[in-house]
Design a protein around this ligand. Structure first.
Ligand code: SF4
Length: 178
């Protein structure tokens, strides 16, 4: 648990940011339980994968086994293996990208800055104020640093063969003592 402290601090900051945006712009957000359009093709940093695996390990054996079964059966083109009846089975432990689902995301591509968000949201606004937007490049820079620090100290890092992993791969990482 201690090894994931930096990651959990970052999660808390992202949650705070999302709460603030939802508080100010809630009337323009259509996101709700049961809407799962974003729950596909999620790619995780290693630290996020280990955090997810650790959350599975904390579950009772039968439930953890069922989740791993779903992960084994998952297809790369299908929905996230944690999605069940439109809801996330591990919602409290969901990765950072999932916490930002639906919110306007700012990215830089070359010299261009782009804002992307769920078309169901902010439908009646002709322009978006800056305080409604999450700077994804800044968030990823923080996540890359947290990931590098974590991996440098993670004793079992040979189980992580790639820099990024899918949710299914994370759920199948096995026992992680963090
Ligand atoms: S981890 Fe949960 S919130 Fe994230 S994509 Fe999967 S089901 Fe959706």
């Amino acid at each position: 648990m201690e090894m994931l402290r930096n990651y959990r601090n970052l999660v808390a900051k992202v949650d705070e940011l999302c709460r603030r945006i939802a508080g100010e712009f809630g009337e323009h957000l259509a996101c709700r339980a049961g809407c799962d359009g974003c729950c596909r093709h999620i790619s995780l940093f290693r630290v996020e994968g280990i955090a997810l695996a650790a959350a599975v390990n904390e579950l009772p054996g039968e439930k953890a086994g069922l989740i791993r079964e779903r992960a084994r059966a998952a297809s790369s083109e299908g929905p996230c293996p944690l999605l069940e009846d439109g809801l996330c089975i591990l919602y409290a432990a969901r990765p950072i990208i999932c916490r930002t689902h639906g919110f306007p995301i700012l990215t830089t591509q070359g010299n261009e800055q782009l804002v992307d968000f769920c078309p169901m949201n902010f439908r009646n606004m002709s322009s978006l104020p800056g305080n409604a937007v999450i700077d994804l490049d800044r968030l990823n820079t923080a996540l890359i640093s947290v990931d590098a620090l974590f991996i440098a100290d993670f004793p079992n890092n040979r189980i992580l063969r790639h820099d990024r992993l899918t949710v299914a791969e994370a759920l199948l990482l096995g026992v992680c003592r963090t």
